[in-house]
Design a protein around this ligand. Structure first.
Ligand code: S3P
Length: 436
């Protein structure tokens, strides 16, 4: 484990570009593997999670290559013709790789073993095992419904209509991906909207995806088996990665930072809306479309923040950004109250308890509740800093507390920076660049 102390080093300025969106990168590789022909992907996130998806798809017959200019290409095998993988599929730290690939395997006549690191091996897989079993697949999970587990696909699988019991884009996507090779119509009913990259990108690969709004719920359907045509994808910058810099520039006095090419899909931009509600100075410059997704450059200047009560309905559109929002809250004037965040307890770590502990060690006032945190901010005063933060193999705890370190008196020590490479390999280099 490599510990690192993130210390205050002055304002963040200039322009930076964050890496490609993680959710979109996973899907571009998966859909490329299902198309017949060659898909090209510009701006793919080269994080460990996405590379794990690429390796698993290669084990099932796809060819993934990187050209000298950084463009990736995927030679697909086609829907229905994924090959039997020889060894286990090592998913590393990645819940998205695991749950979406379980969906793909579920409707193919193959059997795959899924393994992962200590964090992933604690995460619940029952949420995808339940619907995929109803479609005909069989599962042998570890006790508690976790990895390592074996998925035995069923070809042909049985179509179903599934109402999501948790707001989860991974569960939605797993069922829809199983539906691609299932004869008949597979429908997911989504009571609360979650990120819609699967729906958008399937259409780009030539799949008809219908979305109907009935009684305030979305009914999303695919009719299989589908043929998928290859596509040229451009991956926009990841709003979840941009969020660390948006908070850093908001809380470090004197900052004026331009973050280029940030994806602003309305199912992902909740963090920027909440920061603005708290008084953050964020402008969207040159709004445009990249790869079928809304994108803009974000100009972020330091501004005094005020605590708010965060509307729980906004949670799905910023589900990965709460750790860094908690850092902003710790620097705001007054109290910030969050609720309805039970899902944070089953991410790469229990993010409510991990962030409560990390912020307390750094001198913030935090009360942990069942479904959220109550944070009383410092009114812009730097956090004292001091102790060593435990990241629990969670990249977003590491990066959030690195941001806290930039706005502290003595710095914040992160016990291990390795997890950062799962989603944002050049994070520390970009911090250095922006604060040079
Ligand atoms: C993701 C969905 C979310 C998110 C994860 C990526 C996706 O997970 O937290 O980082 O790409 O579909 P849930 O579906 O568990 O909410």
């Amino acid at each position: 484990m490599t510990a690192h102390r993130f210390t205050p080093r002055g304002p963040l300025t200039g322009r930076i570009r964050v890496p490609g969106d993680k959710s979109i990168s996973h899907r571009s590789l998966m859909f490329g593997a299902l198309a017949v022909g060659t898909t090209t992907i510009r701006g793919l996130l080269e994080g460990e999670d996405v590379l794990a998806t690429g390796r698993a798809l290669e084990q099932m017959g796809a060819k993934v290559r990187k050209a000298d200019d950084g463009t990736y290409s995927v030679d697909g095998v086609g829907v229905g013709t994924l090959l039997q993988p020889e060894g286990a599929l090592d998913m590393g730290n990645s819940g998205t790789s695991t749950r979406l690939l379980m969906g793909l395997v579920a409707s193919h006549g193959i059997t795959a073993a899924f393994t992962g690191d200590a964090s992933l091996s604690k995460r619940p897989m029952g949420r995808v095992i339940d619907p995929l079993s109803d479609m005909g697949a069989s599962f042998t999970p570890s006790p508690g419904g976790t990895l390592p587990l074996i998925t035995e696909g069923m070809q042909p699988a049985v179509p179903m209509t599934y109402r999501l019991p948790v707001a989860s884009a991974q569960v939605k996507s797993a069922v829809l991906l199983a539906g691609l090779n299932t004869p008949g119509t597979t429908t997911v009913i989504e009571p609360v909207p979650t990120r819609d990259h699967t729906e958008r990108m399937l259409r780009a690969f030539g799949v008809e995806v219908t979305v109907e709004e009935i009684d305030g719920e979305k009914h999303i359907s695919v009719t299989g088996p589908v043929d998928m045509s290859p596509c040229d994808i451009e991956v926009p910058g990841d709003p979840s990665s941009a969020a660390f810099f948006a908070v850093a520039a908001s809380i470090v006095p004197g900052s004026d930072l331009l973050i280029e090419n940030v994806g602003l899909n309305p199912t992902r931009d909740g963090i920027f809306r909440v920061l603005k509600q708290m008084g953050a100075d964020i402008d969207y410059l040159d709004p445009r479309e990249v790869g079928g997704e809304p994108v803009a450059d974000l100009q972020v200047r330091h501004a005094p923040l005020t605590g708010i009560e965060v509307d729980p309905d906004i949670a799905p559109s910023m589900i990965d950004e709460f750790p860094v929002l908690f850092v902003a809250a710790a620097m705001a004037k007054g109290a910030t109250i969050t609720s309805g965040l039970e899902e944070l307890r089953v991410k790469e770590s229990d993010r409510l308890s991990a962030m409560a502990a990390a912020l307390k060690i750094s001198g913030a006032k935090v009360q942990e509740r069942e479904d959220g945190l109550l944070i009383t901010g410092s009114s812009g005063e730097p956090l004292p800093g001091g102790g060593t933060v435990t990241t629990h193999l969670d990249h977003r705890i590491a990066m959030s507390m690195a941001v806290a370190g930039l706005a502290s008196e003595t710095g914040v020590e992160i016990d291990s920076t390795e997890p950062i490479a799962t989603s944002f390999p050049n994070f520390t280099a970009l911090i250095d660049e922006a604060s040079a």
